[in-house]
Write a protein that binds this ligand. Structure first.
Ligand SMILES: Cc1ncc(C[n+]2csc(CCOP(=O)(O)OP(=O)(O)O)c2C)c(N)n1
Length: 645
């Protein structure tokens, strides 16, 4: 807090320094080298201009506003002291890299931020040489930086390596593993700890407690010095006492200086420094550059800095859709969605059953657990960005009789695969693994698309995998999962139900749901894609094509009996899934055809190809990858023309 009492008033500086009609400094900045041509006073003005520019763009395109506003000065200082064309600057998560992109050749194209074929919201090596490593998932920067630093040393090259990591990302196990290695190896590199006391929500981790102590380190230093002076003045014994204190200093230090955590594991600790004071930042960065050992610089920033609505509500503006700049109000009101339904249902279930507990890995609001957290604080656990720990922690809870629901975004489950296999499934523990944001997530792009979970979960023994076609089915599946008493995955997409069809078939293990009886063609969907199958069926019906419509419901165990019966009748099958083509529902149907030796079956599959899927809106991406009613109908008519009367 103290740091911000002395904050500069940028509007006053601008008034003093700039005359009406002066061109904006931002107009003169097209590449990183241009920073060398401006003074530090001008950089302060530039910071304000960059903030306005980012706010303007994000208010239209959506994006990670608060995190970006917090690192404008830090980026300016970093890229003044280092050369991103030569030095390696790795942005952890990468959601805060907009200023970096502006300074490195993408000022104009930033207007296409997160749009189809536009600039990504994360660093991409394909966009610029200055984006030296792709990020998106948290806590990877220190490992990657250390790899680059070792490569430099082995090949006797000369560049600096800097990892910029937030206090939230530092709660991730990978980051701590990397710190351990860096400290032990004494690799020359710089770690910048961007401490804004926030993850997406307030950072409530043990790491945050450590950082809270570090933030007041300046005060400790001062009192330590005063103590020494007073002790010297004690007649006769004063000097000796200081020596004794000197000898025991390390012991005392360990108790009193929390910075020792970093120092003890082998990192030089510098800071804390005001992350909005460019001069201090440049000074400390220059100092750090000269060390031949690993250095961690503790930088204190304010999330949302410079835009009042984001400063006041950094969680809301962590990742936002379009909004009104004047009021900070979102332009699209949040509708009902799967996460909210999950959140409401788990509260209802928890009221009835005291054994139900809920776990999130730093995504409390994103996964819909806000109400649960308030109503059942003792049964709610936000473990930080620690998906691996979250899953094994759930396993422990389940082992001792609790019923853990854990909700994680599909792409972040990738982090915790071994925990699902080794800790949950080998012991058949009843952990209910909710997979939020399954399928295409849209503008966050390739690192966040949830298109692998069906494949990677499917090959684990002892697991049941379900996916609801609408809200009601999600609720039913959550109830059913409790009854199963074994590992369960329930996957559902981002957003709302697109085509809510009510059916009242109760859930039975491994039973699909035949939604329409038909004779010409079988269409099988799962989860969200059942809705697309409905749309296709309606259209084909108008053309007198009789569709047997199947909601697979279970990817595992698959209802082979129902599907086989239908295939033998229609001899033609269309499979629609929002997963990669390898290893998902389409694969299961193909295996069924081969294993059961079903003859002369025509199959058409709609799934994502074996490539990384870029950013764009969900509907744009779905259309681009043929997940679209018109395309499917067109294909079916063309391919099955002679076969269908
Ligand atoms: C493995 C993983 N889990 C969850 C997320 C979602 N996520 C994105 S940013 C973020 C918070 C990061 O906090 P911090 O590092 O402090 O950065 P800040 O946004 O506060 O600047 C989270 C949880 C992620 N990107 N990766």
């Amino acid at each position: 807090m103290l740091l911000f009492l002395f904050d500069f008033n940028i509007d006053d500086i601008i008034k003093k320094e700039r005359n009406k009609g002066d061109t904006m400094i931002l107009e003169k900045i097209n590449k990183n080298e241009d920073l060398k041509k401006i003074s530090n006073k001008e950089k302060k003005i530039l910071a304000k201009e960059i903030r306005d520019y980012i706010i303007e763009i994000v208010s239209k395109n959506g994006g990670h506003l608060a995190s970006n506003l917090g690192v404008v000065e830090l980026t300016l200082a970093l890229e003044s002291v280092f050369d991103p064309n030569k030095d390696k600057i790795i942005w952890d998560v990468g959601h805060q890299s907009y200023t970096h992109k502006i300074l490195n050749g993408r000022k104009e194209s930033l207007k296409t931020l997160r749009q189809l074929n536009g600039i990504s919201g994360f660093p991409k090596i394909s966009e610029s040489k200055t984006d030296c490593f792709n990020t998106g998932h948290s806590s990877t920067s220190i490992s990657a930086a250390m790899g680059m630093a070792k490569a430099r040393d082995i090949s006797k090259k000369d560049y600096n390596v800097i990892a910029v990591i937030g206090d939230g990302a530092l709660t991730g196990g990978m980051a701590l593993e990397a710190l351990n290695h860096v400290g032990c190896d004494q690799t020359k590199m710089i770690i910048i700890l961007n401490d804004n006391e926030m993850s997406i929500s307030r950072n409530i981790s043990g790491m945050n407690k450590l950082l809270t102590n570090l933030r007041s380190r300046k005060n400790y230093r001062k009192s330590n010095q005063i103590g020494k002076e007073i002790t010297y003045k004690i007649p006769l014994v004063g000097k000796n006492l200081v020596n004794i204190i000197g000898k025991t200093k390390n012991v005392i230090k360990q108790v009193m200086i929390p910075g020792m955590y970093f120092e003890e594991i082998g990192l030089k600790y510098l800071g804390p420094v005001d992350g909005h004071d460019i001069e201090s930042l440049e000074d400390i960065l220059k100092k750090a550059k000269n060390f031949d050992e690993p250095v961690i610089i503790h930088v204190k920033t304010k999330k949302g800095k410079g835009y009042r609505p984001a400063e006041e509500n950094p969680s809301k503006f962590h990742g936002v859709g379009s909004f009104n700049i004047e009021t900070g109000e979102l332009l699209t009101k949040s509708k009902n969605n799967y996460s909210k339904i999950f959140g409401k249902k788990i509260v209802e279930l928890a009221k009835r059953n005291k054994k139900i507990v809920a776990i999130t890995a730093a995504m409390r609001d994103g996964v819909g657990l806000g109400e649960f957290a308030e109503k059942f604080p003792n049964r709610f656990f936000d473990v930080g960005i620690a998906e691996q720990h979250a899953l094994t922690f759930a396993a422990g809870l389940a082992k001792e009789g609790m019923i853990p629901f854990i909700s994680i975004y599909s792409s972040f489950y990738q982090r915790a695969y071994d925990q699902v296999i080794h800790d949950i499934c080998t012991q058949k523990l009843p952990v209910i693994m909710c997979v939020d944001r399954a399928g295409i997530v849209g503008n966050d792009g390739e690192t966040h698309q949830g298109i692998y979970d069906m494949s990677f979960f499917k090959l684990i023994p002892n697991i049941t995998i379900m996916s609801p076609k609408n809200f009601k089915e999600l609720e039913d599946m959550m109830e059913y999962a409790i009854e199963l008493k074994s590992p369960v995955v329930i996957r559902y997409p981002r957003g709302g139900e697109i085509y809510p069809k009510e059916t009242n078939n109760s859930i039975e293990l491994g039973r699909a749901e035949v939604l329409k009886k038909g004779t010409d063609i079988t269409i099988i969907g799962i989860g969200k894609t059942v809705n697309r199958a409905f749309e296709v069926e309606e259209e084909l019906r108008k053309n007198n094509i009789s569709v047997e419509l199947i909601n697979a419901r279970f990817l595992k165990p698959l209802d082979k009996r129902t599907i086989k019966k239908s295939l033998l009748k229609t001899k033609k099958v269309v499979v629609i899934e929002d997963n990669t083509i390898i290893g998902g529902l389409s694969s299961s149907i193909k295996e069924l055809i081969i294993d059961e030796k079903l003859k002369d079956i025509m199959i058409l599959t709609y799934a994502y190809p074996d490539e990384f899927i870029p950013h764009g809106t969900v509907s744009e991406i779905e259309k681009q990858y043929n997940q679209n009613k018109e395309i499917i109908i067109h294909d079916i008519k063309k391919l099955f023309k002679e076969k269908i009367r």
